[in-house]
Design a protein around this ligand. Structure first.
Ligand code: NAD
Length: 479
């Protein structure tokens, strides 16, 4: 009897390097500069003990800095048992390319702590987080001018608030202390719209894609986003917001949701809010009443749909399932969900992939806005809002005067006055800045996709745009 060997694939970091190499081969960079950009500058590993439940528990954490062509460097902190050096280095590299692509003025970094957050009580997680933060802060691996973390898988506003507070306790006179980390709650120096930002960015990316019928045709699709059948993997921060907005605001239909404990399928569309509420209450999707539950959840990645949104973790579309994936359009909301080998198979099949470094850049974009807000010590819109309203009032007064004139026969549409009069608040400004960023970055990628005969996919186009920017900054620095 022959034993089937698991298919060997490169590691996550090797996979990112392969994709980088594929793109850089089309550029004219000097070999030295190419190598400088590709390698990860430094990875710090820390092992620290915390006394919990009457015993000392040792935890392992990482903070990797991929490129310091711009500082501070930026990238999330992930809490998961699978965290390892290879993974944080791959994620740090993606951060470099992502920031360059969306013109966020940062180098790339990433951190991780090998922990299952579900194993610990909230007060224990606080002690662990503060201790991890202490280790990184004392080495300037958390610092508003040098290294600014953000949330990632397994972390959120709560952890970011603890980190910010820890930094302030250790740097009591740093007036810019709040800018040491982004993704904080709004009552602790955060910005409106950061929690939803990555999912919102996925929505804006798809909207931009569907603005170009030629691009939609490349994915063997037609028409609008409305009515498209979508399968999402991971209903966490990114997946939930993306699914919710696409469903509620664009009329798309979420027909499948894949979670850790299986998948839900309903061809008439799932109620995203209800599924999320079920997961929060029951810890998984099992038992959810209004859908078919499939135990082998990952198999739903292979189902018929128009758009597949992997929004959980890396490597889920790999050599083992790539040839069975039927979705003609994949948008990588997670980092690295498609391995380099699977990417080649899918390209061959004509599947269009909107790559991670672009698709999930909404998070770092709004993190950039938060960092700027913290350094400027003022909420966006605070100076302009009332002034904008009073200028709008002048127009409304004039329109009201004209519509009072019976001879003209003008009327003002219901609701116009209230909508027009209201000046933009922070959330509107954040969404507008995010939308503009996602559109501009898509257009930059798309231009390369169309202009170069040797580029037939958006990922290579994205790499070309971002590597060029990183190379230019290194050259400007004299390297
Ligand atoms: P999260 O922890 O909020 O959510 C992850 C979700 O995936 C959870 O619901 C979890 O149960 C589910 N999941 C985990 N393993 C799974 C599996 N094997 N099969 C199916 N579902 C599984 O994390 P998040 O912040 O939403 O991050 C998700 C992805 O998006 C990660 O790749 C992360 O790096 C990337 N990302 C996140 C942000 C951000 O702002 N949070 C920004 C950019 C990229």
């Amino acid at each position: 009897m022959t034993v089937q060997q698991p298919i060997q694939e490169p590691s996550f970091r090797e996979s990112v390097d392969l994709m980088f190499n594929r793109a850089v081969a089309l550029m004219d960079l000097s070999p030295g500069l190419e190598e400088k950009i590709r390698v990860c500058n430094a990875t710090y590993t820390v092992r620290f003990g915390v006394r919990l439940r009457g015993a000392i528990h040792t935890f392992t954490g990482y903070r990797s800095v991929h490129s310091e062509h711009m500082e501070p460097v930026k990238g999330g902190i992930r809490y998961a048992m699978a965290v390892n050096q290879d993974e944080v280095e791959a994620l740090a590299a993606l951060m470099t390319y992502k920031c360059a692509l969306v013109d966020a003025p940062f180098g790339g970094s990433k951190g991780g702590l090998r922990i299952n957050p579900a194993d610990w009580e909230e007060h224990e997680l606080e002690l662990i987080t503060r201790r991890f933060a202490y280790e990184l802060i004392k080495r300037d691996l958390i610092n508003p001018a040098q290294n600014v973390p953000a949330p990632d898988m397994g972390t959120g506003e709560r952890e970011m608030a603890w980190i910010a507070d820890q930094y302030k306790r250790m740097n009591t006179t740093d007036i810019n202390g709040a800018a040491c980390v982004t993704g904080k709650p709004t009552n602790a120096g955060g910005i409106a719209g950061r929690v939803e930002a990555t999912g919102r960015g996925v929505q804006y990316a798809l909207r931009e894609f569907f603005r170009y019928p030629e691009d939609v045709a490349k994915a063997h699709l037609s028409g609008k986003l409305e009515g498209k059948h979508i399968i999402v993997q991971g209903l966490g921060n990114v997946g939930y917001h993306a699914a919710k907005f696409l469903c509620e605001e664009d009329g798309a239909k979420i027909i499948g949701i894949i979670e850790r404990d299986g998948a839900l399928y309903n061809e008439n569309g799932l109620d995203v809010e209800a599924v999320r509420a079920w997961i929060v209450k029951h810890g998984g999707v099992t038992g959810y009443p209004d859908a078919e539950h499939r135990v082998a959840g990952a198999e739903l990645l292979e189902a018929e749909c128009d758009i597949l949104i992997p929004a959980a973790l890396e490597g889920v579309i790999n050599l083992g399932n790539a040839d069975r994936i039927k979705a003609p359009l994949i948008i990588e909301a997670a980092n690295g969900p498609v391995t380099a080998g699977a990417d080649a198979i899918l390209r061959e099949k004509g599947c269009v992939i909107i790559p991670d470094m672009y698709a999930n850049a909404g998070g770092v974009t709004v993190s950039y806005f938060e960092w700027v807000k913290n350094l400027s010590h003022i909420r966006f819109g605070r100076m302009q809002r009332r002034q904008e309203e009073s200028r709008h009032q002048l127009v409304v007064d004039e329109l009201e005067r004209l519509s009072a004139d019976k001879h003209l026969g003008w009327t003002i549409s219901p609701g116009f006055k209230e909508k027009y009069l209201r000046g933009a608040d922070e959330i509107e400004l954040v969404r507008s800045g995010l939308d503009d960023t996602m559109r501009a970055a898509y257009q930059a990628m798309r231009a390369v996709w169309y202009e170069r005969d040797d580029v037939d996919d958006l990922r290579t186009a994205a790499y070309l745009v971002s590597i060029r920017k990183v190379a230019d900054s290194y050259r400007a620095k004299g390297l």
